[in-house]
Design a protein around this ligand. Structure first.
Ligand SMILES: Cc1ncc(COP(=O)(O)O)c(C=O)c1O
Length: 490
């Protein structure tokens, strides 16, 4: 039993100052030594239960004791997303500005569901989303001074869910609620799994979530002809097409669906067009990458995760809609205990009506601090640096004839594979699976995989804030060494 006591009050300004300084020191030291940890945690399932007691502590202990446990028990079970050797999935950036914003938001700790619960939280959110809409050259209709506007969701999954619900209810208001089982959703077969989850939550028939086949002929982008044909077939069968989730930067390979051509199809068929640019949207603040979202003018909603590649600590997913009333009609409730003059007078935005939960964090503070402390030029430099690092990795892969770059690199993700030796029984899938396991078990690098047209592919995504060219080169060296070892033992 620990009885050393923390003496910590629920809140006290001087105690907060003292303890928070210690915590900042701990975090700064973490970043200083982050490369010493295996980037992918090497613990076995259930490891922590063996290290922690069975029940909650009866008596308090000191922050020093807790931090000691963090160092020795928790950090070994952490996969270090901010490590410069982290190249897995997509990045989830942190930054000094993002951290300071999180800290401030945690410090003030408001719950800004209605304007009145903290006017600054709501108003800052509308302002920074308008700023970013302008930086991305999104259409005027997405700005908050018209019928649309932007909102911060926790994740891209929540973003696609809320717009799917809005689109569902919008069409049902026309065709009648009994038509729910006939509604059809479309996307490419590389759309993020969050779309299917949204369909499930939205009471839509998952069988009618059409994941349309793509292949290397379009670099895994959705073909407008394939979409048109699917829609025609569904209409002929008495079904009702209502929603397309187009991708700018798929999770598998950063494929970019052709928005202008897809938008023509959705417009003709009165289908809600949602653009998921969760990862790649950040790059579109650079003039040279903006063309990837050409066609967004015709979209009903657009989403990018500032928490992926925009130096904004998790969570912060930005969603813009053209018709905010569609969202509000689906998601608003107006209980007596929340009624107030500003809301009743329709003078303000109440973001509770644009999202699933009631409570919401002051996330705009974080995004505002990122924008203020780095500026758009700083953010552009950050994006360009990562894209250049990915290009240098791609170049290394191209130079080794044992490997192949599988799809053209568009942003900071490189998709590649080790080629199986001639006459090998394995088509390369086992070989690349084994290579991935070997490389990640070193703890010196963390990459992930996908499957494209049945081929097991390795993915290296550059995006951690401390990654430099030496880390990219080291990752490649490990890949080469392990490939050599594997090929020799075949
Ligand atoms: C293209 C795309 N969409 C959606 C998501 C889901 O993101 P979130 O975790 O914010 O829900 C991801 C996650 O990586 C993604 O890559």
């Amino acid at each position: 039993m620990e009885e050393d006591g923390s003496g910590l009050k629920p809140m006290d300004a001087e105690q907060l100052r003292e303890q928070a300084h210690k915590m900042v020191d701990f975090i700064a030291d973490y970043y200083k030594t982050i490369e010493n940890f295996p980037v992918l945690s090497q613990v076995e399932p259930g490891y922590l239960g063996k290290l922690l007691p069975d029940s909650a502590p009866t008596y308090p202990t000191t922050l020093e004791h807790v931090l000691n446990d963090v160092q020795h028990k928790i950090l070994p079970g952490v996969t270090h997303w901010q490590s410069p050797n982290y190249f897995a999935y997509f990045p989830s950036n942190s930054s000094i500005a993002g951290f300071l914003g999180e800290m401030l938001s945690a410090g003030i700790n408001i719950v800004g569901f209605s304007w009145i619960t903290s006017p600054a939280a709501t108003e800052l959110e509308s302002i920074v989303l308008d700023w970013l809409a302008k930086a991305l050259f999104l259409p005027q209709d997405f700005l908050s001074n018209g019928k649309g506007g932007g909102v911060i969701q926790g994740t891209a999954s929540e973003a696609v869910l809320v717009v799917l619900l809005a689109a569902r209810d919008k069409i049902l208001r026309t065709v009648g609620r009994s038509a729910l089982p006939k509604l059809v959703t479309y996307a490419s077969d590389h759309v993020h799994s969050s779309l299917l989850k949204a369909c499930q939550i939205g009471g839509l028939d998952p069988e009618l979530c059409r994941l349309l086949k793509t292949d290397s002929s379009t670099n895994f982008a959705l073909s407008p002809d394939v979409l048109s044909e699917a829609i025609s077939n569904d209409i002929a069968s008495g079904l009702i097409p209502f929603f397309l989730c187009a991708n700018v930067g798929t999770t598998s390979s950063t494929a970019v669906d052709p928005l202008p051509a897809l938008a023509k199809v959705t417009k003709t068929n009165n289908i809600w067009l949602h653009v998921d640019a969760a990862y790649a949207g950040s790059a579109c603040i650079c003039p040279e990458y903006r063309h990837f979202i050409d066609g967004v003018e015709e979209a009903d909603s657009f989403n990018m995760n500032a928490h992926k590649w925009f130096l904004t600590n998790f969570d912060c997913s930005l969603l813009w809609v053209k018709d905010r009333s569609a969202l509000i009609q689906s998601l608003s409730t107006n209980p007596e205990f929340l009624k107030n003059k500003a809301s009743e007078g329709n003078m303000v935005i109440d973001y509770k009506d644009w999202q699933i939960p009631l409570g919401r964090r002051f996330r705009s503070l974080k995004l505002w601090m990122v924008l203020r402390l780095y500026g758009l030029e700083g953010l552009r430099a950050h994006i360009r640096n990562h894209i250049a690092l990915a290009a240098s990795f791609e170049e290394l892969v191209v130079q080794d004839a044992r490997f192949k770059v599988v799809t053209p690199r568009t942003f900071s993700l490189v998709c590649f594979r080790l080629l199986p030796p001639p006459n090998s029984e394995d088509n390369g899938n086992k070989l690349n699976h084994d290579l991935l396991d070997l490389v990640n078990s070193t703890g010196s690098v963390f990459i992930t995989h996908t499957v494209l047209s049945g081929e097991y592919i390795l993915r290296l995504a550059v995006g951690a804030p401390l990654t430099e060219v030496r880390h990219v080169n080291a990752a490649w060296q490990i890949l080469q060494e392990k490939a050599t070892a594997l090929l020799e033992n075949l």
